[in-house]
Design a protein. Structure first.
Length: 135
């Protein structure tokens, strides 16, 4: 058998990411994939933010009756660098988005944090945020 030992720092990062990952299967394969990537703290946070954005996207699609495929295995998600996948917007009725090429997961996660902070400060009002792709 081929076992991978992560440093204490990498194990802590992996554990935070894996706790956020919705499908708990093939943890050993996920650890090996994590070890190959060897992410720093910034990339780890980016991955976790991407997961949050992807979870929001799946909820939104489910609410709209749009087909949502089964979650990928954790190692597949890591090996595919899925933290960079484009994510469709949160509920368009709540937030207006105009981004014809789609947002990457990091951009949507940042947008989601902005919206959450706004909602926390202004419970009675719902913000309209317009993101425009200037390219």
């Amino acid at each position: 058998m081929n076992f991978t030992k992560l440093s204490a720092t990498q194990f802590a990062r992996f554990s935070r990411w894996y706790a956020a990952y919705p499908k708990k299967v093939a943890k050993g394969a996920a650890i090996r994939a994590w070890d190959k990537i060897d992410p720093d703290d910034a990339l780890t946070e980016r991955m976790i933010d991407a997961l949050k954005a992807q979870l929001l996207e799946r909820d939104w699609k489910g609410e709209k009756g749009i087909f949502v495929p089964e979650w990928k295995h954790p190692a597949t998600w890591l090996n595919g660098m899925c933290w960079d996948d484009a994510v469709e917007p949160d509920d368009p009725g709540r937030f207006a988005l105009r981004n014809p090429r789609g947002m990457d997961a990091q951009a949507l996660a940042s947008y989601g944090k902005l919206a959450e902070s706004y909602r926390g400060n202004n419970e009675q009002r719902s913000p309209t945020v317009v993101l425009v792709d200037d390219d």
